[in-house]
Write a protein that binds this ligand. Structure first.
Ligand SMILES: [Mg+2]
Length: 267
């Protein structure tokens, strides 16, 4: 599309980064009586930052989510690997936007069933082993979640040290019996309870009675979400890489624009 096309159509929302198929899918979703819009946070609505609590949402992202969440028959959720408290703090999002943390194991009001003594002992052991691994890779740190411990190696400057720490985590605590491992970009999460974005999306869809569910994400962990969508749902992958999603957009600003288009169509 040329610059002249943009100027000529300023009275209408222009979406140079949407394929015809995605435009059509958004139109169909916007007309659904009950709609769920679920978005990953990091890499989807917020650029990555070395300090995780500085990964703020892109300009306009929170406004458009709030706008969508106010529309009738529309449930908007952030579905993140972060623990729910951190997700609330860094995103600044809150009701009516639903926050789902720890890959779907933490919902509003906390997570479903408390861990038993065996789970707690296993979690403590995993945390200790990851802490030991992180101490050998300057910059790495371990995050505690209610049902998981997470090794973060993004800030490690030496690529060899980063890979070594990741490999040690995968060969050590991640290989233990009874754990659930989620590997993301520079992240190894080891949980003592199963949690997946796929299961979380199914629960959101069911609770909202959604005719159409839209899910947008950028990371390998989001693939479990895309894989569980129904034929009428809309999966949107952000950025390059193999995906089970039916659609793709280039980057975070394109996500904000498409959410704006959806709000315009539905509003
Ligand atoms: Mg992400």
């Amino acid at each position: 599309m040329s610059a002249a096309d943009h100027t000529a159509s300023t009275s209408e929302p222009t979406e140079p980064d949407l394929t015809p198929a995605l435009s059509e899918a958004l139109r169909r979703a916007a007309a659904a009586p009950a709609l769920v819009v679920a978005c990953d946070y990091d890499g989807t609505l917020a650029p990555f930052a070395d300090e995780p609590m500085s990964a703020f949402a892109a300009p306009g992202a929170l406004d458009v989510l709030a706008r969508l969440a106010e529309l009738p028959g529309t449930t908007v959720a952030l579905l993140s690997g972060r623990n729910r408290a951190a997700l609330a703090q860094v995103s600044g999002a809150g009701a009516p936007v639903v926050l789902v943390g720890s890959h779907g194991s933490e919902w509003e009001g906390g997570f479903d069933a408390p861990l038993d003594d065996d789970d707690n002992a296993l979690l403590a052991r995993i945390h200790a082993e990851l802490t030991e691994i992180a101490s050998g890779a300057p910059g790495a740190h371990v995050e505690s979640k209610p049902t998981a411990a997470v090794l973060h190696v993004r800030p490690v400057e030496d690529p060899a040290a980063r890979e070594r720490a990741t490999a040690r985590a995968l060969a050590g605590p991640a290989a233990a019996d009874g754990v659930f491992v989620t590997k993301g970009k520079n992240v190894v999460e080891i949980a003592v309870r199963e949690a997946s974005k796929g299961a979380a999306l199914e629960r959101l869809t069911e609770q909202a009675g959604a005719d159409v569910t839209i899910f947008i994400g950028d990371d390998v962990t989001d693939e479990r979400g895309f894989a569980r969508l129904r034929p009428q749902d809309v999966g949107i992958k952000v950025g390059p890489g193999e995906t089970a999603a039916g659609h793709r957009v280039q980057d975070i600003p394109a996500v904000v624009r498409l959410l704006g288009t959806l709000a315009d169509l539905r509003g």
